[in-house]
Design a protein around this ligand. Structure first.
Ligand code: ARG
Length: 468
């Protein structure tokens, strides 16, 4: 049966057919479309809306198609979309009775239902991979709870921490990315089927039954909303954009930390490239591509929001154009996630270099100021000034942080305050020792190994709970 034979004379030009067809990216909803037709036909039969024997024939033909696969469909652009291709297939199998399948149903509610069905699975797959990544990070962190490194602010040496503590900052960000997808999932998991074109139908369909058959949690109740809304896509791609952002930041750190200047990590050869001219090169290409693909995900979000902007309610064909951008964002973010997981898990941390950098450049200065507050009851601002001046003087005199002692500090303290602090030299040494400083950071969320161990335990519980 040709869809156009009633209202329209003749075919679209082949250019117009190709221009408007969604068949290529509809491949992704092929199975969902079969399920949707099966559920709808089953419900029509149960409600006595269509003859039971015709319904059975339809369902059988759909099963046959499912077994044969998409290659059994005529995918010529003139067919318009997957819904027509499937209907044409059923017609080829059982004749005009196939037409019963479309009773009280429109392609408008059908496509919205199919897209939601597929996207639900995609979200669950990505969520499972986020959990895997978190577990990988936790395993790595367990190996590095005593591995000292310098923490940065403004990409300048700030305070000592451990590699494990830094890794956990990734894990917590990924946990929120996971939860954002979980939230988005709730709004994807709503069934628009039965909205029909936009106002439902006068046939006594049972929307709750098709919802149940398709495994949706709730109905997307209002039928105009049912066929109009694609906010579930914008929301999911927004969550995927934020996930990609997290991943791009991890990749960026691997790129910077693997430079000769930092020398803090070594990315595995499997995730590196070399140069066609410079034989010595080891380049972090995978991390760079991941960083760049993040932009592509953001681009899709922007495209989706822009297509949806100002669209009048109910179905507009513009909505079709959102779909390929959804799949592109899903695929790109998912591949960034899995490659970053594999790359980070095979990256090694250079413990000697971590310690060397933590020792080198006064990353313990805050603790020295804190010592003055604790021991001599100085207001923190005064201590801050004394230490700041001490560091300047040490840099000018090429004095290493580990060589600073109470006498040296007192030259500055006397200059600034007219008094000598006479700090205990053992305490000064301890305050300037990155490993000891890290051990004192026992506040929740801090880098002391026992705090990091506890955090690892809590994150493991989270992953276990979510994996059930
Ligand atoms: N291919 C269309 C889409 O992806 C399906 C719905 C078509 N509806 C219509 N009235 N032309 O949105």
């Amino acid at each position: 049966m040709n869809l156009r034979s009633g209202r329209l004379k003749g075919k679209m030009t082949s250019d117009a057919a190709s221009f408007t067809s969604s068949l290529e990216f509809d491949r992704r909803i092929f199975q969902a479309d079969i399920r949707c037709n099966q559920a709808h036909t089953t419900m029509l039969k149960e409600q006595g809306i269509i003859p039971a024997d015709e319904a059975d024939k339809i369902i059988e033909a759909l099963q046959k198609l499912e077994a044969e696969g998409i290659d059994s469909l005529n995918m010529d652009p003139s067919v318009e979309d997957i819904h027509m291709a499937v209907e044409n297939y059923v017609t080829s199998q059982i004749g005009e009775a196939a037409g019963f399948m479309h009773t009280g149903k429109s392609r408008n509610d059908q496509v919205a239902t199919d897209l939601r069905l597929v996207l639900k699975d995609e979200i669950l797959d990505i969520q499972a991979d986020i959990l895997k990544f978190i577990l990988n990070i936790l395993d790595m962190a367990s190996q590095h709870t005593e591995t000292v490194m310098v923490g940065y602010t403004h990409l300048q040496h700030a305070q000592p921490t451990t590699f494990a503590h830094h890794l956990l900052s990734y894990a917590y960000a990924l946990k929120r990315d996971y939860q954002r997808l979980q939230d988005a999932y709730r709004r994807v998991d709503m069934c628009p089927l039965g909205s029909a074109a936009l106002t439902t139908t006068s046939f006594p369909i049972n929307r709750d039954r098709t919802r149940e058959l398709l495994g949706f949690s709730v109905l997307l109740e209002n039928s105009i909303d049912g066929v109009s809304s694609r906010d579930f896509m914008a929301e999911t791609v927004s969550a995927l954009s934020i996930l990609s952002m997290t991943l791009s930041r991890i990749c960026e750190e691997l790129i910077i930390w693997s430079t000769y200047e930092f020398g803090m990590v070594e990315i595995a050869g499997e995730y590196s490239s070399t140069s066609s001219i410079m034989p010595q090169k080891k380049n972090p290409d995978v991390a760079e591509i991941a960083r760049a693909k993040t932009a592509a995900v953001y681009g899709e979000l922007n495209t989706i929001l822009t297509i949806l902007k100002s669209l009048p309610q109910s179905y507009n064909r513009d909505l079709q154009e959102v779909t390929p951008h959804l799949w592109s964002a899903v695929d790109n973010s998912h591949s960034i996630l899995t490659i970053t997981t594999d790359m980070l898990s095979t990256t090694t941390f250079n413990k000697e270099r971590g310690k060397e950098l933590a020792d080198a450049n006064f990353s313990t200065a805050t603790e020295l100021a804190d010592l003055m507050v604790k021991e001599k009851n100085l207001p923190f601002r005064v201590a801050h000034q004394i230490v700041g001046r001490t560091v300047t003087k040490a840099i000018e005199g090429r004095i290493k942080p580990s060589d600073i002692n109470s006498e040296f500090i007192d030259i500055v303290a006397h200059e600034l305050t007219g008094e000598f602090l006479m700090l205990d030299n053992t305490k000064v040494k301890d305050a300037l020792d990155p490993e000891k400083v890290v051990r004192t950071r026992k506040v929740v969320g801090g880098p002391a190994s026992e705090m990091v161990e506890e955090a690892i335990g809590r994150l493991r519980e989270f992953v276990n709970r979510e994996s059930e």
